[in-house]
Design a protein around this ligand. Sequence first.
Ligand code: HEM
Length: 175
Amino acid sequence: MFSIISSVSFLVLVIILLFHSSQKQQKKSSMKAKSASKSTPPLSPTAQIVLGGLSLCFFYLFLSGFFFSLFSTHRMYGLPLMLHLIVGLLFALFLCAFLILYSDNFSSFCFQNLFFWLFALSGLSLVVTSLLMMLPVFVYQTQKALFEIHRYSALISVLISVLFLYTAFLENESK
Ligand code: HEM
């Protein structure tokens, strides 16, 4: 069931973004170029490390998690699972650093900031469910529920991260 919902969600997201960007292109070509473009200030070295680390960790967690969910009949195991756990810890640390250092930049209301906070929430859910899954105190049914919440939080975090990057790209384009 999860693999069907994930595949359909990814497909729908791609179709929506393709449609939206073609609409944007049509609008843009009908309106003449605005005044001189404003450049985006370069990211500080700290921002580059935190953002780079967060993105690399998220990319590995996405690949390892969704490979097993979409293409394997087995649950994640062995080296990919061990790396998923270790990279998961790094992901949690980078997410904390990112929120502490840069959450002020996302305080006004707009879609991009809304996606930022939804990503932060889904990231928190991923961290909490994975920690709870590792505690030997829950019965099997609860473990299974935590696993499902983890997987669906992962799906939401991936969809939201794509929307966040898309709105950031659009904002950069319109500058
Ligand atoms: C905070 C960091 C994370 C930790 C510690 C973590 C830990 C885990 C663990 C322990 C499992 C295996 C559960 C089991 O089979 O019993 C798992 C599964 C999974 N994780 Fe994560 N995870 C983290 C973040 C993420 C992220 C960011 C994503 C995706 C973007 C993700 C996607 C998945 C998926 C899809 C599965 C299910 C794999 C399967 O079907 O076997 N995880 N994770």
